[in-house]
Design a protein around this ligand. Sequence first.
Ligand code: 13P
Ligand code: SF4
Length: 363
Amino acid sequence: MIKVRDIPQSSLEYSRIPTEELRERIRARKAELNAVILGHNYQRVEIQEVSDYLGDSLGLSQEAASTDADVIVFCGVHFMAETAKILSPSKTVLMPDLRAGCPMADFVTGESLRRVKARFPDAVVVAYVNSTAEVKAESDICCTSANAVDVVRSIPDERPILFVPDRNLARYVAERTGRECRVLDTAASQPSSATPGLAPILAWDGYCYVHDDLVLDELAEARKKHPGAKVVIHPEARGDLLREADYVTSTSKMVEIAEKHDTLIIGTERGLVDRLKQQFPLKTLIPLSGAAICGNMKMNTVAKLAWSLDHLQHEVVMDEEIRMRADRSLRRMLDLSGGWRAPTAEESALEDAGIRRSGCGCG
Ligand code: 13P
Ligand code: SF4
């Protein structure tokens, strides 16, 4: 049983409590609140160990849409916790540290997007899920690294696409779908491989500082040391690197690929590689760069998580009108990804009568 001392007030005081006691506290408090901990693959390994569900942005949003818990504690960054709130508005969504934002998401605001939309009135706006609720509300559909190609393929050929905020993901998707990619307000374009008849992708000039910093020299070095190793890289990396990869995919798909290979060079944030090394100690799993660390993801600690559960802080709140519009873009994406379907009329009636628990009706 958990030894209950007086509940300390600050998360700093929690950091002095031994880890095992913190874990017990987290377990007990979760049961008391009917809470669930959703953790992203880049979290510190100790956070990953106490998470009830671990995944990529797509998996986490599917889980947030379908959970029966009353409280969701999100161990990730802002846009992920916001996504959980958008999809589960009646639940309390908590973040252990409010400073855990995603700098890539901050490249675009609702206001700047509205201005660019006015310049391209016939464009379909695709928002990478790494964006604020306000930006999602201004968009037609969302995508994640796991489904961006499918989302773009679902858009009629003749409609241009305004893709925010990641230029690297936009370029990758353009290459995969045969569209030209033009980075907005720069001379950058990749017209050579474009298929005639397909309207271009107009990419916002944003990027992830962790993935954009991965370079070809590091890959050459890793390959020299591990000839024969397969290479998997996240699509937020630059195009020259992605063209060298055997696989380009989201963090959760990387886990599946690691299960199948004994030697693998992994081009993404260290948190995922560290956990995979623990999970598969006999495999040779090489981080493409040891310096690929997202400081924002690492803001969350087990001490702050325990504090968050004890104090029901920091609660994510948002304007209802923005939430509803952002929800529409996210649901369109989830519909396409097979992870969410609207309840049937019969299921809705049962929900209304309180017989069936409301949720997403995941297939
Ligand atoms: P995934 O959706 O692939 O987990 O990526 C999220 C992210 O923030 C990558 O930097
Ligand atoms: Fe944002 Fe990059 Fe960190 Fe992912 S790794 S949360 S995109 S800054």
